[in-house]
Design a protein around this ligand. Structure first.
Ligand SMILES: [Zn+2]
Length: 256
């Protein structure tokens, strides 16, 4: 059997057979034979040396785990070089298809948690976490020196180091630069002392712990309250005034 239907990630391949076994779905695939450039001498060849079948875990099909049996072709050149055909299905030394890996990358970011994502993809939690680390490593590079404007805020991350972590961002672009393991004054102070020789302006909320850490670490920083927190303080102040004024009024006027 051969079908021409295009399946995501498998546009390039020819499906030669499908079968269902023990609740799993198996797709037998190969790539049409075509001329390849020899990696050794540059000549073009389509002379087949041999085939080897590789089992690759793929995405779920109708909620069933699917596997690809990929019949990998090796070509041989007139210079004697043997090499694998190019393919868009699976990378070298991988047991999962490229499509599966990409789907996991999306899921590991948007998913509820690592455990749930791992179950969805029928893989281990370690694999899901490793994937996440690979992606995040590219977005958070180690910062040696902070820019002149930074923003500091805390968020609830629940790590081994504490319930709250501190995020340091570029104050102009809003791009996250670093994450501190906890929000203690010591941690914030030590971090800033090391990396903030250029910092002139710090945008942050008005909590006292941060402010004292920033003051201890920097010589004369300009501290700017961020708009959200600033508005909250204004509201509280206004509310206190309202209560005080109302408290001075006669009950009749107060209700009015
Ligand atoms: Zn060659």
């Amino acid at each position: 059997m051969q079908f021409n239907m295009n399946l995501p990630g498998l546009e390039e391949v020819k499906i030669t057979k499908t079968e269902e076994m023990n609740g799993s779905f198996y797709l037998y695939i190969e790539i049409p034979r075509k001329k390849h450039k020899c990696p050794a001498c540059g000549e073009r060849t389509n002379k087949v040396h041999d085939y080897r079948t590789q089992k690759v875990k793929h995405l779920k099909v109708f909620e069933r785990t699917s596997y690809l049996f990929y019949r990998k072709r090796r070509y041989v050149c007139s210079c004697g070089k043997r090499f694998l055909e190019k393919n868009s299905v699976v990378e070298r030394y991988q047991r999962h298809s490229i499509e599966w890996n990409q789907a996991l990358v999306l899921r590991v970011i948007k998913g509820k948690n690592f455990k749930d994502t791992a179950v969805q993809f029928r893989t281990s939690q370690t694999t899901a976490i490793r994937r996440f680390d690979q992606i995040s490593a590219g977005t958070l590079k180690e910062v040696n020196e902070l820019p002149s404007v930074i923003a500091i805020d805390e968020y609830k991350g629940d790590t081994n180091e504490g319930k709250y972590q501190v995020i340091i961002a570029d104050g102009n672009t809003g791009k996250p630069l670093d994450i501190l393991p906890n929000r203690s004054v010591e941690t914030v102070k030590n971090y800033l002392r090391e990396k903030s020789s250029k910092v002139k302006i710090v945008v942050m909320d008005m909590s006292h712990s941060f402010k004292s850490a920033v003051r201890k670490a920097l010589s004369s920083p300009i501290i700017v309250a961020d708009r959200f927190h600033f508005c909250r303080y204004i509201y509280w102040a206004l509310d206190r005034v309202r209560r005080r004024v109302q408290g001075e009024l006669h009950p009749y006027d107060r209700k009015k």
